[in-house]
Design a protein around this ligand. Structure first.
Ligand SMILES: *Cc1c(COP(=O)(O)O)cnc(C)c1O
Length: 457
């Protein structure tokens, strides 16, 4: 590859000169210089300085099958030679999105049988927002327009996705969100439960916040509730078992559509194809992206339930929405083969029956007693570690986020890539991790905490 003719310093200089990175403090980055990741294999990434790093984030929660599946390069090359692009507008389509839509429908919950493609999770959530509002117009209830979301939700970074999300710093910069989106508390037991409140009680209280918002707005004005089954970028917040059944009851009672954002939880991460299945949630739309192609190509799929699809088809009239790259034939070819690999290799069964529990118990055993650790929680291949100053009072290091940032820096120095979200450390590894990779991760996380403790005290 041509970049091998350039030194790390040359690439960093050009990067600083011309490349604006996503979610970055550009001043800080230019002082520090970028880490340049040059290649990857299986569970490891390699940087231009020759470091081999265990990628506990699967890229950005997306490389579910790990790196280096040549098969995906081959199907992409074949498809590019055969037909690199044609659109699905104007009563046309190409074969691979047809096959992929059929495949996704076969894996999705029974009531979900239609798929709308985009290139990112953000785009898919834009589609979802427009589709549910369009649905209620077609139903003759245009005033049913408000969408309820949650604090700290992450639904992407376009204007609509930022508006749906509940990240206050993003809203401040947006300074003018899409109207009629309201946010309520999220079911974050460790951080928000009251003294003596059980998990079950807390789950019901968090669900009641949704009901209160619906009642306050007037159910006749509320189109949908949107949520991640497990909040991802918000800090791997796993709701108590009482939460989702109560949400389901509330949505049914007030005839409010349920929009699930499974951009992270989709395609195996929780030990089923979708969290809707592992957590028994019946949705009207499911947003998916990331693991759909394991990040080998940009692709998203909004999976649409029968109720919404039926109205869309029966009432007719054009839905004025779509992207040039909706149903991109190369991305869909890669997505289809990626799902076939996940299935063929039994990756999801392994997470459900073996490695998911082993991951959580190994991390707990390695660091559960560490003075910086307030809680370790997880489901499937999602792990959160709460970093605290004091276990009993759950107090945090100052300034906010300093504890987890110190752990993150030491994790990378110990050759494990993890992410800090506020004061929480996150893992979302590729589904291919074996017990050996998990043991390696546990050891490195333990070393990272030891390093961070020395810095912080
Ligand atoms: C990453 C993510 C998105 C946005 O996906 P992009 O492909 O980055 O646009 C949306 N929702 C959730 C839950 C995500 O984690």
């Amino acid at each position: 590859m041509t970049f091998q003719n350039f030194s790390t310093e040359q690439l960093q200089k050009m990067d600083a000169g011309h490349h604006l990175h996503p979610f970055t403090d550009h001043k800080e980055l230019r002082d520090a210089g970028s880490r340049i990741v040059t290649h990857a294999k299986g569970p490891f990434i390699y940087d231009s300085e020759g470091n081999e790093i265990l990628d506990a984030m699967a890229g950005l929660w997306c490389v579910n099958i790990g790196y280096g599946y040549d098969e995906l390069a081959d199907v992409a090359a074949e498809q590019m030679r055969e037909l690199p692009y044609y659109n699905s507008f104007f009563k046309c389509t190409t074969p691979t999105p047809v096959l992929l839509a059929e495949k996704i429908a076969s894996l999705a919950p029974d009531n979900m049988n239609q798929v709308f493609f985009g290139s990112s999770g953000s785009e898919a959530n834009d589609t979802a927002l427009r589709l549910v509002r369009h649905f209620w117009v077609l139903e003759g209830k245009p005033e049913k327009n408000i969408i309820i979301s949650r604090d700290n939700a992450y639904h992407g970074s376009t204007v609509a996705a930022t508006s749906l999300g509940g990240m206050s710093a993003m809203h401040e910069q947006l300074n003018g969100a899409v109207p009629n989106i309201k946010h309520v508390m999220c079911p974050y037991y460790y951080g928000l439960a009251e003294e003596g409140e059980t998990e079950e009680e807390f789950g019901l209280r968090a669900a009641k916040a949704v009901e209160d918002a619906i009642v306050e707005a007037g159910p006749e004005n509320v189109a949908a509730f949107i949520a991640e089954p497990i909040q991802g970028a918000g800090g791997v917040k796993i709701p108590p078992a009482s939460y989702w059944p109560e949400i389901q009851r509330i949505c049914e009672k007030y005839d409010v559509l349920l929009m699930l954002d499974e951009v992270i939880t989709g395609y195996g991460r929780t030990g089923e194809w979708f969290a809707a299945q592992s957590m028994n949630i019946k949705a009207d739309t499911i947003t998916t992206a990331k693991g759909l192609t394991s990040g080998y190509m940009p692709l998203s799929a909004l999976i649409v339930g029968d109720r919404v699809a039926k109205t869309l088809v029966e009432k007719g009239g054009e839905f004025y929405h779509g992207y040039t790259y909706s149903a991109h034939p190369v991305a869909c070819a890669v997505g289809l083969r990626n799902l076939e690999i996940i299935e063929r290799e039994g990756m999801i069964d392994r997470v459900r029956n073996e490695t998911g529990d082993y991951l959580l118990s190994s991390i707990e055993a390695a660091i559960g007693d560490h003075p910086l650790v307030g809680e370790v929680r997880g489901k499937g291949f999602l792990i959160a570690i709460e970093i605290v100053k004091d276990k009993a009072s759950k107090s945090r290091h100052e300034p906010s986020g300093a504890g987890a940032t110190a752990v993150r820096d030491h994790a990378i120095a110990n050759n494990i890539m993890m992410r800090a979200v506020g004061d929480t450390m996150i893992m979302s590894p590729p589904l291919i991790w074996t017990r050996e990779h998990i043991d390696m991760a546990a050891e490195r996380v333990k070393a990272a905490l030891a390093g961070a403790l020395a810095d912080l005290s």
